[in-house]
Design a protein around this ligand. Structure first.
Ligand SMILES: Cc1ncc(COP(=O)(O)O)c(C=O)c1O
Length: 336
């Protein structure tokens, strides 16, 4: 099949760019030093490529992601880097031989791990992002409570998500070091082998974690593309067809809209064009100064501003080499 034959809108992955991104990350964070976050792509077919490079541990955000990774035979060491209050589905996976570690930041979540049959935890520490995570000074107490309850404490996790898009790399590095100081402080009280954290935006600036939880680097988005020290290529686009052209007013309409793009980081981008706005099933765009309007039926490829919520909207990813469709992966970790 060729790109021109795909039903639109379609999520399209450039295989060459994807492979170069995976290789560039693996060169700096090899093997188990990288624990790729699957929430960015939600696709076991892509996770299999990451495992093929020796990244055998994965980070997940939902129980569903953990289940699908286990079903796909990629359950050697899965971290649910999120708090969960009913862990029975995870306990069932543990019983069937999947290694599952969960993040805990309170006594209630710790109790849920025990009750649900999960045996291994990381103490989740708040390193400045106002989200989950215990206070660094409470981490030691929580680890003691976990051990007293029979759990294995593998170490600490702290996600500096508030720093990923800090534009100046020097400032990002300074603030990352400060955030990771809190993680180190907690780790001194907790023990264990693991300091887990970081992401695509801090792949160069986080020098503290023992394993990096990057996800977006594989497919990329335009929010990250603006950062000089995040050199990964845009491997993901949304293919759309031009369904209407308004020559009088100089704009065109494509058949991918809000329901095909994660929009929380802004509009998608189209080369040599200005995107005016997206509605449910439309994106309206105009060629830049002097450029020609597309013709009805032309195909255009938008670059999404945020990879994770974009992937979660689509049922499948079409993998292409140039114009040729070489594979199709179900986005099989969608849902909860
Ligand atoms: C817990 C956690 N770790 C790591 C990441 C890193 O993701 P990315 O590399 O996509 O920025 C995220 C993204 O939100 C996250 O929530």
């Amino acid at each position: 099949m060729r790109l021109s034959e795909l039903p639109t809108p379609a999520l399209v992955v450039d295989r060459g760019a994807l492979e170069r991104n995976l290789a560039a990350m693996a060169a700096v964070w090899p093997g188990r030093r990288l624990r790729p976050h699957v929430k960015a792509h939600k696709t076991s077919g892509l996770a299999r490529l990451q495992a093929g490079l020796g990244h055998l541990g994965f980070t997940c955000a939902t129980i569903r992601e953990v289940e699908v990774m286990a079903e796909a035979g990629l359950g050697e060491d899965l971290l649910l880097a999120n708090e969960v209050l009913d862990m029975r589905r995870l306990g069932a996976l543990v019983d069937s031989g999947t290694r599952v570690t969960v993040a805990v930041d309170s006594d209630a979540v710790l109790r849920a791990a025990v009750d649900g049959g999960v045996r291994e935890v990381l103490i989740d520490v708040n390193v400045g992002l106002p989200r989950c995570g215990c206070a660094p000074e409470d981490a030691g107490r929580l680890a003691d409570a976990a051990r007293a309850a029979g759990l294995e404490v593998r170490g600490v996790m702290g996600y500096e998500g508030h720093l990923m898009l800090v534009a100046d790399p020097v400032e990002r590095a300074r603030r990352t070091a400060k955030a990771m100081g809190l993680l180190q402080q907690a780790h001194a009280d907790v023990g264990g082998d693991i300091l887990s954290g970081g992401g695509t935006g801090t792949w160069r600036t986080n020098t503290v974690v023992t394993e990096l939880q990057a996800g977006s680097y594989a497919l990329m988005d335009t929010a990250y593309a603006g950062q000089d020290d995040v050199p990964f290529e845009q491997a993901l686009t949304v293919l759309a067809a031009v369904i209407s052209v308004n020559a009088g007013q100089g704009y065109a309409v494509a058949d991918a809209g809000l329901k095909a793009f994660g929009m929380d980081h802004g509009n998608p981008t189209l080369r040599d064009a200005a995107v005016w706005y997206c509605s449910d099933e439309h994106t309206i765009f105009a060629p830049e100064e002097g450029g020609p309007l597309p013709a009805l039926g032309d195909r255009v490829r938008f670059e999404p501003a945020h990879v994770d919520p974009t992937c979660a909207l689509h049922e499948r990813m079409w993998v292409v080499e140039g114009d040729e469709v070489v594979d199709c992966w179900p986005v099989d970790m969608r849902g909860w």
